[in-house]
Design a protein around this ligand. Sequence first.
Ligand code: G3H
Length: 478
Amino acid sequence: SSGAYKYFCNGQWLESSSGKTVPVTNPSTLQKDYQVQACTQEEVNNVFAAAKAAQLSWAKTPLWKRAEYLHKVAVLMRQNAQPMADCLVKEIAKPAKDALTEVIRSADLIDYTAEEGLRSLGEGQLLTSDSFPGQPRNKLCLVSKVPLGVVLCIPPFNYPVNLAVSKLAPSLMAGNAVVLKPPSQGVVAGIHMLACFAAAGLPAGVVNVITGKGSEIGDFLTTHPAVNCISFTGGDTGISISHKAGMVPLQMELGGKDACIVCSDADLDLAASHIVKGGFSYSGQRCTAVKVVLAMQDIADELVAKVHAGVAKLSVGRPEDNADITPVVSEASANFIQGLVEDAREKGAQFLTEWRRENNLIAPVLLDHVTPDMRIAWEEPFGPVLPVLRVGSIDEAVHHCNSSNLGLQGCVFTRDINTAMRVSDAMQTGTVQVNAAPARGPDHFPFQGFRDSGIGSQGIKNSLAMMTKIKSTVINLD
Ligand code: G3H
């Protein structure tokens, strides 16, 4: 398997004994630019054994020292940002500029995590017994935060670096060892990223990366007895992981159908520009993309015209040229998107743009007069397709949003803070953005999904808390 990227176990870069590799298909050229190891179950066992052993002394490494390692990683990430970004362009067709931003954002996230971890993990609680009825004052309870053990980190293809780092950095800062299973596409960027952790000199076994087909090692990884926490971002796979996982905490983010409610009093230029950016950046392949516009009848014509004008300006082409719309990640994904669009056509949606597809490259699709019987009103295309539903009232819009099985984010455009707060209160989503498109960042903000969109909360502080468990020591005095 020479020429294939190696996996990383116990401080060593290794080739799999399977002798097999898994190719990565470039979404633009359809060339198989890279190969990674197809690791075996035995190699998964070895990685977990290494992580488990290394975690014991890592947990005893002083907090300041763990922070120092992470700051070193951040420096290395910035130094190596370009080659990592180049991988993102080739593996997932992310526009070159956005690819670089992803890496820099990740370095910033690591630094922030180190700083936040120093403060929040270095602080505990002291309780005295006499605040409970009838208790004497002889017991002191010291509450501290201790690591979980080994955290299995599974990021998605759309942010193979950033959503890996957002799991790795808090896990490590909190004293856990990690096993990273990168996505099939984005795996090489993930391996480069992990190389920065390795080069920062973290002790052997504290960080590991295992590669291979999800269908072959996925279940074996997620049900492995050495796993003490799973942090997963991705699609429906997360639901089956949650059914199979044992008694371990889960941090999950599984996509969204983020609605954008545009009220009659909204600034329509502002709304339109956010809808275009929110709907189409990275060709709609973001869990936080605007995935359905719910426009009040009285402003819908004007809003749609403005959105249409914005969509018409989007460039369609290659990620190397920083086109706005680039090929979607795979042929399967393009076929799925096409299926949603065909369903909308059959059911009478109005096409404001023409359907154009060349292999994985799909020109932006803006659909008006979408109705709730169409799949696109509910399903997540993860592609450059945006449906507009015209609604008669804010209540109807909120009802549509709350009827979805997904509840990640939502947004509302209005000039009235009272309307904004009423909508925010009524919308059952993890985050509601007022007068801006949904977004996860800045990365220290809490980020969570309701219903099938997730379990637990992310954001730097919440992830640090998630990667620890509470431990009490009670001192019983005479
Ligand atoms: O795809 C899911 C990501 O968490 C979205 O992050 O809002 O920064 O694009 P973003």
